[in-house]
Write a protein that binds this ligand. Sequence first.
Ligand code: NAD
Ligand code: DAU
Length: 332
Amino acid sequence: MSKLLVTGGAGFIGSNFARYLVEHTEDTVTVLDKLTYAGDLTTLEGLPPSRVMFVQGDICDAATVDGLVRDSDVVVHFAAESHNDNSLSDPSPFIQTNLIGTYTLIEAARRHETRYHHISTDEVYGDLKLDDPARFTEETPYNPSSPYSSTKAGSDLLVRAWVRSFDLQATLSNCSNNYGPYQHVEKFIPRQITNILDGERPKLYGAGLNVRDWIHVDDHSSAVLAVIERGRIGETYLIGADGEKNNLEVVETILRLMGRPANDYDHVNDRAGHDLRYGIDATRLRRELDWQPVYRDFESGLAQTIDWYRANEAWWRPKKAATEAKYASVGQ
Ligand code: NAD
Ligand code: DAU
């Protein structure tokens, strides 16, 4: 039984990870979260208080971070500014949280010799061409495109340097696009589901041909747990479940599953610098750590996710109007 510090645990993936730990381990979890617009304490409702504690605080606050890291066996660092579109309108919180926040955490982990796992993204590798058979591997050179992905790349490089220079006991994982319950309505899949529930049409950036490699959030959690338990210190593991789909296919599937005509969507302004395609080769994770995804059928995972948003309007409704107003102001 370990004591885990989960940063960003009131957000989408961090909260699903906390729930996954409660169901699959004996570990106790302390969530450290600033509760930005993306954090929501109700996301943790129903988890046993004896297993999941909550601290509201900023990962850039060295005093708060120091005490919590000192009292933990493992730090799992999810907290971030996570949305590309926001990073294009205002990069400054991305610099602060993703770079300074990571620096603050790894300095504390170094001082207290605490095991550290760094959560990152496939976007650090830039993008692939649509007709390229290649996928990202752990050896692909870093080439990030957006303010968001460049700050994530910078945070990865800080962790790697702390491993080499200070013997930080760290692992890293870079995952593809997650879907599932509790994802903020600013993100692609929840935005389209909640638009349809509101009688609005889904919004596709540009032609809709950009490809993302979808993985269910519970499969991300099981992979992170495998890396924490069995990963080699200093190593990076790519996480993906062979789920490449273009955005148009995803919108058409959502429309069909929700009983609407397949062409009932709008094309809107494209994203500046929009990455064309992501694709993950997760051979290292599968072979070395014997990991496998549980959600192999995207359509049934998507159907479950649609059901979740139908049943949990009270969770997403307070976020919807402000999110759509922001999109409308930039023609998206
Ligand atoms: P999210 O935006 O849903 O949640 C982020 C959480 O971090 C929120 O609860 C927020 O309040 C908290 N936070 C932000 N700044 C903070 C600060 N300064 N101090 C403390 N807490 C702060 O994000 P997500 O989609 O759950 O992503 C979590 C992590 O996973 C991020 O590191 C992201 O880069 C990475 N990731 C996401 C995906 C994806 O598809 N969403 C894929 C790969 C990797
Ligand atoms: O690849 C991992 C990354 O996946 C994570 O690091 C990020 O934190 C996460 O937000 C996600 O980034 P994307 O930019 O790929 O996700 P997003 O949900 O914003 O968009 C997915 C695709 O859908 C992308 O090609 C843009 C497009 N899109 C998005 C929105 C919100 C649309 O076509 N319409 C939309 O309304």
